[in-house]
Design a protein around this ligand. Sequence first.
Ligand code: SF4
Length: 316
Amino acid sequence: MLQYLIILLDDTSVSFCHYENKKTERRLIPLNDLKEGILFAMKQNLMVQFVYPAYELPESYQTVIESIDNHKIQPASFGNTDADVVVYTCREAISETGFIHKDGAAFVLRVNKEELFAGYTEILLLLKRLNRLTLVVTDIETFRKEDVERYGEIVSTFKKGIMEQFDGESIPQLNLLTDRVRLDKMNNCNAGVGNITLAPNGKFYICPAFYLEDEAEAAGNPVDGLDIPNKQLYKLNYAPLCRNCDAFHCKRCVWLNRKTTLEVNTPSHEQCVTAHLERNMSRMLLKELQAKGLFPGKEIKAIDYTDPFEVKERFQ
Ligand code: SF4
C-alpha cells in the first residue's frame, strides 16, 4: 500500500541513498506541480517527504510546503537545520563541529568503499554524538571478494563499538546492525509500492534514481494518477529470492537490482552478500545484548549461506 510521497524539490536535491545525483543545474519544481503533488498526497493520505537542494527556497515554496504535514530531508551543508533527516558526505561528517539539529533527527552518511575502508573509525565516533546513523555504501556493486572480507571486518568493528558505547539503557543505532536486531519482518525501501517520487518535472517515478537515470521513465503524474508499468514486479511477492529471505533490514534496492542484473526483482550477489554479513553480525550483536538482559526470546537463526542464490532451490 502506498504510504509515502517523496518530492524532489529541485534537480540538485541531495541524494539520501545509493544513487549519485550528478546534476548541478538548478531546476526547482514549478509551484503549481508542487501544489498538485501535495493535493495528490492529501487525497491518498500519504506522508510527504521533501528532499531539499543545498540552497534556501523562495518563501512562496516554504509556505506551500508547510501546508501539509511533512518530513524534511536536507543536506548537511544547510548547516543549522530543522530537518528530520540530515544527509552527510564523509568529509562533512568528519569535519562537522556542531550544527544545531532538531531533537530526534536521523542522520544519513553516504560513503563509498574507499571512504569507508579509510574512515570507519571516525564513523564509529560519530555514533557517539548522533541519535541514529544510517550508513549508505554507495558503490556496493563494485565489491570484490577481498572487499567483502574487509567489509566483514569493519562491520565486526562496528558491532564491538556499539557494545562499548552501550550504556545499559540506550543502544547506539546504526542501521547495518541494530535494524535487523529489532525487525521481525521485511522492512525494505519498497520503492514503487510503499512510496513513489514526484520529480521536479511534475511527473512520478519509482524513486529519485529512476528519474535521474532517465526522465522518460515516468510513472504518471498527480493529475492523471499513477501509471507504473509492470507494477507487480516491485512487490516483494514477485521477488523469488527476497520474499523468503530474512535479511529483513536489507534495502532490496530495485534500482540497484536493475543496474546490476537488468531485473528490478533480482538482486545482485554483492547486495545479498553484504546484507547477509550485516545480518549475521546482527545475530552476534543480539546475543551480546541478550547477555545483558535485552531482547529476551528474540532469535536470529544460524544460516549456512551468504547469498540466497547459492541455495535457491530452498527459496522456491
Ligand atoms: S539479501 Fe538479497 S535476497 Fe535478501 S532481501 Fe536483500 S536483496 Fe533480497
